[in-house]
Design a protein around this ligand. Structure first.
Ligand SMILES: Nc1ncnc2c1ncn2[C@@H]1O[C@H](COP(=O)(O)OP(=O)(O)OP(=O)(O)O)[C@@H](O)[C@H]1O
Ligand SMILES: [Mg+2]
Length: 290
């Protein structure tokens, strides 16, 4: 063994040790931050585009509208939509405290604390092209280095599926509660069932399933139209012994208000979907605040 080899081995060890210490420190920070938050809810689905962000944003707004202290974390690193749906300008940048190595989430409507990758990218059209470990690093920083303070609820909006970010966030916050979103369509439910199973295998508290885009009221005659064959969410709830928290109909205004950054629960409070959504929120609160 040459002198060069020895110094190389020591250097590697030192680097590994440094990495481990940094990791332990970050975990400690995450635990400290999460201990100050009473209820953590993660909104997941199997399939994309079923309404997770819509549910997460409106859930956060509903809780904040009754005076609760709420934060929302956009865990969708490559497709962050939370800021847009809350009507917050992506030009805003989180305030950084370099000495304490902390940053502060953006203050959104109703004082909701918001953190998202959207605040960190330069232009709206710039893609975030990151592989798993980098995305996970960002999630850990959002949880550990952001100053969330004392909160009643932290709502986490996830990307679809059961890979990196979903797995990571479920592992990082053991007392997290899971809300599963699905449309009544068979392909969506097929994937939703996988996320329920994954959460149950990880022994997380699955609060239940929200069926979104659950039928449509004909604008001409008011008759209920099923967009997909009904009954799948009830069956999934029964099969996995979880609650069906609510059924939110498809309403054109929900889509429009999502784009305009005006959550329908506030802007369109008397609609069928807002009423159904409020029931789902009540069901969640009943379970968590009993
Ligand atoms: N009940 C509804 N009625 C009408 N439009 C809806 C409804 N729910 C969601 N939408 C619209 O459907 C689209 C997808 O919703 P959303 O972005 O919330 O889904 P997502 O599951 O978060 O998607 P992704 O997997 O890409 O993160 C959005 O344009 C949203 O405004
Ligand atoms: Mg989304």
């Amino acid at each position: 063994m040459t002198e060069d080899d020895v110094s190389d081995i020591n250097l590697k060890e030192t680097v590994e040790q440094g990495k481990k210490e940094a990791m332990d420190l970050r975990m400690e920070q995450i635990n400290k931050n999460m201990a100050k938050i009473k209820h953590k809810i993660v909104v997941i689905s199997g399939k994309g585009g079923v309404g997770k962000t819509t549910v997460a944003v409106n859930l956060a707004m509903s809780l904040a509208s009754v005076g609760l202290r709420v934060g929302i974390l956009d865990v969708d690193i490559t497709g962050p939509n939370v800021a847009k749906m809350l009507g917050i300008s992506p030009e805003l940048k989180p305030r950084v405290d370099p000495e304490a190595k902390k940053f502060y989430p953006i203050n959104g409507p109703l004082n909701i604390k918001v953190m998202s990758m959207a605040f960190l990218i330069m232009g709206q059209d710039d893609p975030v092209i990151w592989r798993g470990p980098m995305k996970m690093g960002a999630v850990r920083q959002f949880l550990g280095d952001a100053e969330w303070g004392d909160l009643d609820y932290l709502v986490c909006d996830l990307p679809p599926g059961t890979s990196d970010e979903t797995l990571d966030i479920l592992q990082l916050i053991p007392d997290e509660n899971v809300v599963v979103v699905s449309t009544p369509q068979e392909v969506a439910l097929m994937d939703a069932r996988k996320t329920i199973k994954m959460s149950q295998i990880m022994q997380r508290n699955v609060l239940g399933i929200i069926e979104n885009m659950s039928g449509f009221a004909c604008p001409h005659c008011g008759k209920h139209i099923d967009l997909y064959p009904p009954g799948g969410a009830e069956k999934a709830a029964k099969d996995f012994n979880i609650r069906l928290l609510g059924k939110i109909p498809f309403e054109v205004e929900i889509g429009i208000q999502g784009d305009q950054g005006l959550p329908f629960i506030i802007k369109y409070a008397d609609s069928k979907s807002a009423k159904a959504f409020k029931m789902a929120v009540k069901n969640i609160q009943k379970i968590l605040e009993k």
